[in-house]
Design a protein around this ligand. Sequence first.
Ligand code: ADP
Ligand code: MG
Length: 286
Amino acid sequence: ATPTAIMVGTGRGAAAGILVKNAEALERAERVGVVAVDKTGTLTRGEPEVTDVVAVGIAAGEALRLAAALEQGSEHPLARAVLARAAAAGVAVPAVADFRAIPGQGVTGVVDGRALSLGAADWAAAGAAGDDVRRLQDEGKTVVALAEGGRLLALLAIADPLRPGAVAAVAELQAMGLAVVMLTGDNAATAAAVARAAGIADFRAGILPGDKAAAVNALKGSGRAVAMVGDGINDAPALAAADIGFALGAGSDAAIEAADLTLIGSDLKGVADAIRLSRATLGKIR
Ligand code: ADP
Ligand code: MG
């Protein structure tokens, strides 16, 4: 496209709530065939709340106290949810020793002299609580297990509602002939329930943080240009790998840095607007 076309596109983008960092990306938007969308914080609000505490070996209040102790050192949105629930319940959170965060999996540490872990719950490994894990995951909730060694102490279910406008934005992209694929580190059952609620048939679950960029590259293998929409630090490599990276305005600095376009107001509708703008502006002015 001519510099004029790009300037006009950039100006109209700003008017539509899209901050264009890389004008050539706006040009490439015209060719996009697949839109990959991160789940947590992008399709969803990223403000998860603990909805259920299923105590297995210990009282629910004790489970919350130990879980909160483990999450003190984590910056994960799930950690914020656990700490908020503990604060709301007036639980005094003890210190944690030997804290470790394992990206895409969970946290471990020693609390009250007990070696504990908190991370993705596996229904098959949850024994008698397996049915609870599945039921909660089918509700679209992320279920984490508090365990001591191999012994399950409690399950915490965490819900993160879809962003307002997410369903409409997905439908709009699909109506434009684009394939929408959801990417998440969360488990397959929770991912399936969230994707269904969002109107997305195709999703990749259980993607470790370091593998999101590879998932984007795999989508590119189909020969179609791929856009990626994300918010988190973990999304930065995937945003850079995509033909066009869209970051949410409310997203992490790393995501905004790696992206070509930023959605002001974190409105997913901006993705469809940008692609439509690219098609219209470049088609007309070129
Ligand atoms: P997403 O891509 O959905 O943002 P992540 O890759 O960050 O998810 O994490 C994947 C899964 O690992 C989470 O759904 C959760 O089960 C587990 N997990 C990661 N970090 C934590 C944590 N701090 N506390 C509890 N569970 C965690
Ligand atoms: Mg995210």
